[in-house]
Design a protein around this ligand. Structure first.
Ligand code: ADE
Length: 241
């Protein structure tokens, strides 16, 4: 899968995505990440990418022309239109299902805004999806773009080495993941739950599922409302109120 990131800070994006699992997947050729400097597409000799907002107001607005030309160069290279995401607090909130859906694309473009915004006319022309990573305002779209690349990439086949880890994790069944333990068996007087050490896989699975239910109710009751629960799950939660 190929990610094109349109940004004024390509080094920031590339540095953040060149390490760990994502960096290794890129080295292996499972992913390609290209950060494109919008400034390279200005047609003024000062490399100016922003100007004052018509109608007045605080800050500067990123101008349409360099963004459009940078986008057009990608589309011409790809030979077809591809999903173009504008990172903005005004978008729909990104979720795990979106990560999975985007992971089925061959290529996507992520447009990072800055200053007070981007000239609306270029957004109308190129954007297919307006995406936010949460109800807070950041200084630019770079961190949200990196968040999206990370979440989408780990859903691309082959990127995660352990095949099951993408299936048992939080959100996969509408619930949060169960607690995990590793060595030693006792730490600071706290013992690993005996059932985990029992070697009885069916019992361990059942216990983990129950822990997922309890944890989701405690930390994210909103998720529990939407999850599909069995009669047994509902009974278990009632018994453990
Ligand atoms: N740009 C600034 N804040 C943002 C947010 N919360 N999500 C996506 N893009 C943004």
């Amino acid at each position: 899968m190929k990610f094109y990131i349109l940004t004024l800070f390509p080094e920031m994006v590339m540095q953040g995505l060149s390490t760990s699992i994502i960096g290794r997947a890129a080295d292996k050729g499972l992913l390609a990440i290209e950060a494109i400097n919008i400034r390279d597409y200005t047609n003024n000799k000062h490399g100016k990418v922003d100007d004052y907002p018509y109608g007045g107001g605080a800050g500067m607005v990123m101008q349409a022309q360099p963004i459009y030309d940078a986008w057009k160069a990608i589309i011409e290279k790809e030979g077809k239109k591809i999903p173009t995401v504008y990172l903005t607090p005004q978008g729909r909130t990104f979720c795990q299902q979106d990560a999975k859906t985007f992971a089925t694309e061959d290529a996507i473009i992520l447009l990072c805004g800055h200053y007070e915004g981007v000239d609306e006319r270029v957004l109308e022309e190129i954007v297919t999806d307006y995406v936010s990573i949460g109800d807070f305002v950041l200084t630019g779209g770079e961190l949200p773009a990196m968040v999206m690349v990370d979440a989408i990439s780990r859903m691309v086949p082959g990127v995660l080495s352990n095949k099951v880890s993408g299936e048992t994790e939080s959100f996969e069944n509408g619930l949060l993941e169960y607690p995990q333990y590793s060595r030693p068996e006792e730490w600071m007087g706290k013992k690993v739950p005996a059932i985990i050490l029992s070697g009885d896989h069916a019992k361990v699975d059942a216990w983990r599922h129950e822990q997922s239910l309890l944890r989701t109710r405690q930390r994210r009751p909103d998720l529990l409302q939407k999850a599909t629960l069995s009669a047994k799950d509902i009974e278990f939660l009632k018994e453990n109120e």
